[in-house]
Design a protein around this ligand. Structure first.
Ligand code: GLU
Length: 505
């Protein structure tokens, strides 16, 4: 490991509140969080709300919910405050405006009086001669008279960065190869819009500087703009933080045109609704572009904080594979969660499916033991929490409401009479055993085996266990029979077995 930690890092997640965060975007938050925590530093949340048109009403809350669900707590940011508050860009407009004006005074930026119509016409003319669209830098040399005329017409100018046209600029990243560009190929980007809001190019540089960010971790989609950002840092005379551009994600979800929700999920909240655990999604996302070594797959948050190293973020694209997420989710459900924790997390899914009420989900009270036992029956089988109610809903319905063809009760038994006899013997056995035996899985299995072998002389125990399984669940595939017998309790079990027996008469 090449940690090279000389001082605690200050990192930030800087989303725009445009809807539920996409998992690719959240992955950069995970990297930033882990690097801050690994180095004993701070992780900041900054809301980049400078593009008013793209914002949604619940955007900020959606971001907070997604981070909260994944336990990515921020040290400074909205709600928490901090030494560099406010952490919402729309509340920092004065700062961006004063810096943009200072840049004009210093000669590193200029007012642009071009109308949207003119900019459009310039782009079209360039396209007509097969040139890349872009601004022709006209207002660098505009005359005073033209400026006055533009102002008199009521136009509010924008401020553009004045790219130094000579020479080349090199951008250096900790992950991707250095990038060198001819300065003359870079656009004079708008840094302050006519509505007084900054663009991303200015705002993030100003904030990263004043918030003392040491490492900017962002997606590779920003790489083409990075040389421009180097030039702006140079124009301001500020030291640049370290940059890490996280790799793109190949085969991103939601783009395969498939119909299943699982294949089309793109946001953290969608994965949560599909029954994925935050532990699993976190483990899955961190491995999209980072690895500890060539074989370790499972990482708890503690492991990640201990082992995460930006030096092992890979520059090459990461492959999105939903089956891997299923595999990790099953691992956490089957092997990591306690039964209590698992059952507690199943509550909203049981309510959503209608097997318990929302009130019971919020406060299960006396029903908790039953719900817990019912969930426990499938803990080692399911891959997602959303599968749980589908597997166990029959336990919650009154037995009398179970509907299934009577022939299902027979299975490989000789016929209806043989299956009815199995049910009869099961009823007699379960009715008479003492409570301790009734609640002992192995004792019940031993009792039923004994009847199968020595009383009914069945060819195999499966013939004995089949009819009660169907009678209790209404299904030919169900959780463990003994578990169902214990969970349903004696009265309900006997009623279901009796109903099955009657249906074979
Ligand atoms: N607001 C930008 C985005 O959401 C932030 C990029 C960055 O991390 O600098 O893409």
């Amino acid at each position: 490991m090449t940690d090279n930690i000389t001082k605690p890092a200050r990192t930030r997640y800087a989303p725009s509140p445009t809807g539920n965060p996409h998992i690719g975007n959240i992955r950069t938050a995970i990297f930033a969080y882990l690097w801050a925590k690994h180095t004993g530093g701070q992780f900041l949340l900054r809301i980049e709300d400078t593009d008013k048109k793209r914002q949604t009403e619940t955007g900020v809350q959606d971001i907070k919910n997604s981070l909260g669900w994944l336990s990515l707590d921020w040290d400074e940011g909205p709600d928490k405050g901090g030494p560099f508050a406010p952490y919402v860009q729309s509340e920092r407009l004065d700062l961006y405006q004063s810096i943009a004006k200072k840049m004009v005074e210093d000669g590193t930026a200029y007012y642009c009086y071009c109308t949207p119509e003119r900019l459009d016409a310039v782009n079209k003319a360039k396209q007509a001669i097969k040139q890349a669209p872009g601004y022709d830098r006209r207002c660098r040399t505009i005359s005073e008279t033209e400026k006055e005329a533009a102002l008199a017409s009521g136009l509010t100018p924008t401020i553009r960065f004045k790219v130094p046209l000579e020479g080349k600029t090199t951008f250096t990243d900790l992950v991707v190869k250095p990038l060198t560009v001819e300065n003359s190929t870079i656009q004079d980007a708008v840094i302050l819009k006519s509505d007084g809001f900054p663009t991303y190019h200015l705002a993030h540089i100003v904030d990263d500087h004043f918030m003392e960010i040491s490492h900017v971790i962002r997606g590779q989609e920003w790489l083409p703009s990075a040389p421009l950002h180097v030039m702006i840092y140079q124009a301001l005379g500020w030291e640049m933080p370290a940059f890490i551009h996280a790799p793109v994600i190949l085969n991103p979800p939601g783009q395969k045109g498939k119909l299943s929700k699982r294949d089309n999920a793109v946001s953290v909240s969608q994965y949560s609704e599909l029954g994925y655990l935050p532990e699993a999604l976190m483990n899955f996302l961190v491995l999209l572009g980072w690895s500890y070594d060539d074989h370790t797959e499972f990482f708890s948050m503690e492991d990640l904080i201990k082992d995460f190293d930006i030096a092992r973020i890979q520059p090459t694209p990461a492959k999105f594979n939903i089956d891997k997420l299923d595999f990790l989710n099953a691992h956490y459900i089957n092997h990591v969660l306690t039964v209590d924790d698992f059952a507690r997390r199943c509550l909203p899914f049981l309510a959503e499916y209608g097997v318990i009420s929302p009130e019971e989900a919020a406060n299960p009270g006396a029903r908790w033991e039953f719900i817990r036992a019912a969930c426990a029956l499938v803990k080692d089988k399911v891959k997602t929490l959303a599968e749980v109610p589908v597997e166990i809903d029959f336990l919650f319905k009154p037995g009398a409401a179970l509907e299934y063809p009577a022939t299902d009760l027979i299975g490989k038994n000789e016929g209806p009479a043989a299956a009815a006899q199995v049910l009869e013997e099961t009823i007699n056995y379960l009715r008479d055993i003492p409570d301790e035996t009734y609640n002992d899985r192995d004792a019940i299995l031993a009792g039923l085996t004994e009847i199968s072998e020595n009383k009914l002389h069945l060819k195999n125990r499966g013939l004995m266990l089949w009819p009660p399984r169907v009678a209790l669940s209404g299904r030919t595939k169900s959780p463990d029979l003994m578990g169902m017998i214990i969970t349903l309790g004696r009265a309900e079990t006997l009623a279901r077995l009796e109903k099955g027996k009657q249906s074979l008469a």
